[in-house]
Design a protein around this ligand. Structure first.
Ligand SMILES: CC(C)(COP(=O)(O)OP(=O)(O)OC[C@H]1O[C@@H](n2cnc3c(N)ncnc32)[C@H](O)[C@@H]1OP(=O)(O)O)[C@@H](O)C(=O)NCCC(=O)NCCS
Length: 177
């Protein structure tokens, strides 16, 4: 808690942001699994949820994600609670002006973590000289992105990491440079 001279108080955010690293692969996938299997579950069939975020995170998936992070094509930001546990993450692929996604572990939803991640990712995109971000938003998250300045373009089908597809809404946000 911080106290200001006029008597106002404010609580420091209970999380910090930092760039994602290869050794974050497992906790990132765990936060994503929680976000999908709990927060997003009501928007899709159980089969899609299982394909999007399998209940068991296998070693091969962690290792291939680690190698992907090492390549550096995707800029990842993670949110950590005070004890250092990763509670959410988001990423952009600057070469495609793409916002990949934002995910917040279910227990930490609705506390501003997603908004903070998105703001940091937009800063990174601006620093990379991007004029806009485009994305395939999951149906459950459309209102979150709209609340943060994205506009819906059209409905579509998003191809998942597994190769299957899921309904999405294509969205875009112009970035003020
Ligand atoms: C979408 C998601 C990242 C939002 O994260 P969050 O930390 O809960 O969001 P925040 O608390 O920062 O909310 C920011 C704003 O969006 C709004 N918002 C968040 N989720 C919302 C939802 N499902 N419906 C409507 N509004 C929503 C909040 O009201 C808030 O607005 P306010 O500050 O004016 O009240 C999170 O719900 C999630 O991980 N969902 C499941 C995974 C997913 O589908 N990710 C997107 C893949 S494209």
């Amino acid at each position: 808690m911080q106290r200001y001279p006029d008597g106002m108080t404010t609580t420091a955010p209970p999380f910090q942001l930092r760039p994602g690293r290869p050794d974050d692969a497992l906790p990132i996938l765990e936060a994503q699994r929680s976000a999908i299997r709990q927060t997003a579950a009501s928007a899709y069939s159980p089969a899609i949820i299982d394909e999007w975020a399998p209940a068991v995170i296998v070693r091969e998936r962690v290792e291939s994600f680690q190698r992907w992070i090492e390549r550096g094509e995707e800029s990842i930001v993670v949110a950590m609670e005070p004890a250092g546990q990763i509670i959410g993450f988001g990423s952009i692929v600057p070469a495609n002006s793409e916002l990949r996604a934002v995910y917040v572990a279910a227990a930490y939803g609705g506390q501003g973590v997603g908004r903070a991640l998105l703001a940091r990712l937009e800063e990174l995109a601006r620093d990379a000289g991007l004029a806009e971000l485009r994305m395939d938003a999951s149906i459950n998250a459309v209102r979150f992105y709209e609340a943060n300045g994205f506009i819906s373009l059209e409905r579509g089908e998003h191809v998942m990491h597994s190769g299957g597809s899921m309904a999405c809404v294509r969205m875009r946000k112009a970035l003020l440079l």
